[in-house]
Write a protein of this length. Structure first.
Length: 394
């Protein structure tokens, strides 16, 4: 909400019961003393404006601020009628005029010149009435001073309402920002969960499908021994996938940053992925060079997931093609490059049997975006599909 809207909401609000009660009490008191002291002593030309100003005051006290045009008419009636009747009533009728001037200045959405015009009109009407109904100079000055005090009080109230509107707008803006941050955090958490689920399912279940297809083919060929070996490998893969799923769930439940992972463990994890790829019938040449060192848990996990996703994509989109994976350690960075020859659908004789939604690559990129000094690229290069992951030393 902007400051203007907040100020408008304050100005347009229905008067409270306390405000109504005080204004109506003022109308009753002024009307009582006017009737008591001046009912039989003032001419009709004075009684009518006085009565009109009091009626307008009573109506303005209960009228919601959103009715700006009728309210302006009522306030103008209060200014003119009260100022005209003020001098012959010894200043008693000036009360509704000063109330109107105060309100004209006090409403933030009303232009400030409305209040200025109201104050000058009241001052002019007082001066004209003083010419018709002689009054001591001190009395006229006192009435004019009352109008000035009302104007200053209205300006002060206007500033207070503007500050209140600013506070309300800032509060609502802060709440909106907090809600947006909460929404962004929830979305990021959903993406993190989706990445973990995809990485586990794509690797483990994808490998199981390949193993079971091989078992079926071997059984049809009567090679029970080889089929048994494949079943055993499938069972090991399923157990590994279950353990990996449990680790992923534990990681999702724990918001604390993980401990640093030593370089040997990273190389071992990547080597296990390479062995699993070979067990699924793939060919891979994995090498690690350079001095190993510990890495933060998120960087190590990002490298492992990059290798996992690259091998999953190779089995899915380039089955049977050799894969080259290189992990290079330097004093300033750790880089992982995984490449395999591209296989076009036309080369296989049909369209891709397992079209993917590219969620794995998207998740890999998001994972490296979350790493403070990490980056990853994936795409075709000289006929090969190449994934390059880089983690800079912080």
């Amino acid at each position: 909400m902007t400051i203007e809207k907040a100020a408008g909401a304050i100005a347009d609000a229905t008067p409270t019961w306390l405000s109504r009660s005080l204004n109506l009490l003022g109308v009753i008191v002024v009307a009582y003393y006017l009737a008591l002291d001046f009912l039989h002593s003032v001419p009709v030309l004075v009684a009518v404006p006085a009565a009109a100003s009091l009626l307008a005051w009573a109506a303005a006290a209960v009228l919601p601020g959103r009715y700006r045009a009728p309210l302006s008419v009522l306030l103008g009636t209060m200014v003119v009628g009260g100022s005209i009747a003020a001098v012959p009533t010894n200043g008693l009728a000036i009360v509704p005029a000063t109330v109107a001037v105060l309100r004209l200045f006090a409403e933030p959405r009303r232009p400030i010149w409305h209040g200025a015009v109201g104050g000058l009109t009241a001052a002019a009407c007082l001066a004209v009435a003083a010419l018709v109904f002689p009054i001591p100079l001190l009395g006229l000055v006192a009435m004019e001073g009352g109008v000035l005090v009302a104007a200053l009080a209205g300006i002060s109230r206007r500033q207070f309402r503007t500050a209140e509107a600013q506070s309300r707008a800032l509060l609502e803006e802060r709440v909106a920002i907090q809600e947006e941050q909460a929404h962004g955090a929830a979305l990021a958490e959903r993406q993190r969960v989706a990445r973990e689920i995809h990485d586990v399912l794509a690797h483990s279940l994808g490998g199981l499908v390949i193993q079971l297809d091989a078992v079926e083919a071997l059984l049809e060929a009567g090679e029970a021994g080889a089929a048994f070996t494949r079943v055993r490998d499938a069972r090991a893969l399923a157990a590994s996938g279950l353990s990996e799923a449990r680790r992923a769930v534990d990681a999702l439940r724990d918001d604390r940053p993980g401990e640093a992972v030593d370089g040997a463990s990273i190389v071992r994890d990547l080597g296990d992925l390479a062995e699993a790829h070979r067990a699924l019938g793939g060919r891979i040449d994995f090498t690690s060079s350079g001095a190993e060192r510990p890495l933060p848990a998120d960087e190590a996990q990002a490298l492992v997931r990059a290798m996992q996703e690259s091998l999953t994509n190779a089995r899915k989109h380039a089955p049977g093609q050799p894969v080259a994976a290189t992990l290079e350690w330097t004093p300033d960075s750790v880089s992982l490059v995984v490449s395999n020859p591209m296989v076009r659908p036309v080369d296989r004789g049909s369209a891709d049997p397992q079209p993917g939604g590219h969620h794995g690559l998207e998740g890999m990129i998001e994972r490296f975006d979350a790493v403070r000094s990490g980056s990853v690229t994936a795409g075709e290069c000289d006929g090969d599909f190449v994934v390059r992951a880089l983690v800079l030393r912080s």
